[in-house]
Design a protein around this ligand. Structure first.
Ligand code: NAD
Length: 256
């Protein structure tokens, strides 16, 4: 379905981003990966699906590096058709103890980077008459949790950015939507599981159960594969008029 299209997925060396990159590749899209850490392993996993894979190591907190990445994608693949803004970090502390540099980093990586990639990708998408912007927000774009001020502010912000982008492109073949996962067991969440296990003196399994029981009625993690399938749907013709939506995949979290 996506043969001939190029996708750029930020923060795609692990977790949700890698899951979405693989789902788009399985539909035939060429993929440019981004992120830190296990770059070669991520490239190999996507390449195994038989598509062209590129990589750019731009730091999503640096607008200049983001611009270089968008130019590199367009130069290497000829276009940028599907932009998935996924890179994100977390930090947990009460507002009055929140380190200022952590606030700035979370706003830069989880929110401002999506503005920069979008503003640079949109002209090409509009010129070609087709494009998809998929912002990986969170249930924390819809509701808050204590001690996550920067993350919640950034995720609410990215849903606002998604809606505005959708309105500005409403009469074109470009759409913008957000996906709002509940808990997904990725390295980002494993850190929170580890912290809970240590704080409460319980096993890894029990810490996971407690984490889910607090917020997620299904008592199940959403998977990167399920989120990848949603991204594929958003790229399909069935989603041509899905615009400015923030779809929660959260085991019932925000239904409460
Ligand atoms: P993860 O830690 O597994 O992956 C994060 C990715 O972002 C990695 O590839 C990492 O290298 C990259 N990254 C981090 N800082 C970067 C930077 N400055 N520049 C470029 N890349 C950078 O995390 P994840 O859980 O897969 O999270 C992905 C997205 O999903 C985030 O936006 C997160 O907020 C969101 N999300 C996660 C959950 C969850 O439960 N895991 C729930 C809702 C939303």
């Amino acid at each position: 379905m996506l043969k001939g299209k190029t996708a750029l997925v930020t923060g795609s060396t692990s977790g949700i981003g890698l899951g979405i990159a693989k789902a788009l590749a399985a539909q035939g899209a060429s993929v440019m990966l981004n992120g830190f850490g296990e770059v070669d392993a991520a490239k190999a996993e996507v390449a195994a699906l038989g598509v062209r894979v590129g990589y750019h190591g731009a730091d999503m907190s640096q607008p200049g590096e983001i611009a270089e990445m968008i130019s590199a994608c367009q130069a290497e693949f000829g276009a940028l058709d599907i932009l998935v803004n996924n890179a994100g970090i977390q930090y947990v502390a009460p507002v009055d103890e929140f380190p200022v540099e952590r606030w700035d980093a979370i706003i830069a990586i989880n929110l401002s980077s999506a503005f920069h990639t979008s503003r640079l990708a949109l002209p090409g998408m509009k010129a070609r008459g087709w494009g998809r912007i998929i912002n990986v927000a969170s249930v924390h774009g819809l509701v808050a949790s204590a001690n996550k001020s920067a993350y919640v502010a950034a995720k609410h912000g990215i849903i606002g950015l998604t809606k505005t982008t959708a309105l500005e492109t409403a009469t074109t073949g470009v759409t913008a939507n957000a996906i709002c996962p509940g808990w997904v067991l990725t390295p980002l969440v494993q850190k929170q599981v580890d912290a809970r296990a240590a704080a409460e003196g319980v096993s890894n399994e029990e810490a996971k159960r407690r984490l889910l029981a607090e917020k997620e009625p299904s008592l199940q993690f959403t998977t990167p594969e399920e989120l990848g399938a949603m991204a594929v749907f958003m790229c399909s013709p069935a989603a041509n008029n899905l615009r400015g939506a923030a779809i929660n995949m959260d085991g019932g979290w925000v239904a409460q």
